[in-house]
Design a protein around this ligand. Structure first.
Ligand SMILES: Nc1ncnc2c1ncn2[C@@H]1O[C@H](COP(=O)(O)OP(=O)(O)OP(=O)(O)O)[C@@H](O)[C@H]1O
Length: 257
């Protein structure tokens, strides 16, 4: 499905990172990362295994502290926050992790209600029901509301996982390898869903992936993490239009057009 033209506000960075460094012992993982995520944008982060992509999103979400640099998320320096203020910021960030499992003993409705029951005690029963209906409709699975996760396919469970993240109406979505382990047709469905989420909920997203079809289909902009820095950035075509052997290898071994 062709992606709708997104509305991206390049004057508004929802994430602004400058000079970010992070090491573990002798291992220098991030060595001066600069990054902007603009409002309404889908930004794809590519990079070989172990280059620090997950470390980057853990720092953005306040799960890890940077060694140096500024990490500003929705106008706040995330490493300076703690307690309630950090929790409040985290509620505005939706995580879709590779293994964000559903609760097997709960129905789909109960799985979706769970984040609201925990975090939005102010909502009425009617508001909760409405939000469940909205996110189920967004992922195209309204008919599964009373089913158990075990009755759904892997791709459907992935969609419900994304719906559960959306139910808190995050401003930023972080997708960690959203298509990993899925067959190529289901991957296309998930790519379409990521684009649908962008246009319907006006989220700004970082998508970490090794799947270059995903990168091409969802990324308004693509960045490549190499040797601790973003060495390439631009559209998918711009990033791969280079003589840099490290980038060419990544393309040639991964991408089936
Ligand atoms: N808490 C930690 N303590 C020590 N080392 C860590 C920690 N977290 C990450 N690392 C190391 O940092 C490096 C980058 O890890 P990271 O998980 O960010 O890689 P990645 O790019 O996400 O890889 P993949 O694509 O395989 O998921 C790895 O060498 C990893 O072992």
């Amino acid at each position: 499905m062709k992606k709708n033209k997104p509305i991206i506000d390049t004057s508004n960075s929802v994430i602004n990172i400058r000079g970010l460094e992070k090491s573990f012992g002798d291992l220098d993982v991030l060595r001066g990362v600069d990054l902007d995520l603009y409002k309404g944008e889908n930004l794809v982060v590519l990079g070989k295994s172990g280059t620090g992509k997950s470390v980057l999103i853990k720092i953005i979400s306040g799960l890890l502290k940077p060694d140096a640099g500024v990490v500003n998320v929705l106008g706040q320096e995330v490493d300076k926050l703690k307690g309630r203020t950090l929790d409040e910021l985290r509620l505005k960030i939706g995580f879709s992790f590779q293994n964000s499992a559903l609760y097997d003993s709960m129905t789909i409705r109960q799985n979706l209600e769970f984040p609201l029951v925990r975090n939005r005690r102010d909502m009425t029963r009617g508001e909760v029901d409405r939000m469940v209906a909205v996110v189920l409709d967004a992922v195209g699975l309204s008919q599964t509301i009373n089913q158990m996760p075990s009755e759904l396919s892997g791709g459907q469970r992935k969609r419900i996982g994304i719906a559960r993240t959306l139910i808190l109406q995050p401003e930023i979505m972080l997708y960690d390898e959203p298509t990993a382990g899925l067959d190529p047709i289901t991957c296309i469905d998930i790519n379409n869903l990521i684009n649908e989420v962008q246009s319907r909920f006006h989220t700004s997203s970082i998508i970490i992936t090794h799947d270059l079809t995903c990168a091409k289909d969802v990324g308004d902009r693509v960045v490549m993490l190499l040797d601790g820095k973003f060495q390439r950035q631009g559209t998918f075509e711009e990033v791969f239009n280079t003589d840099d052997e490290r980038v060419k290898l990544f393309h040639d071994y991964n991408f089936i057009d």
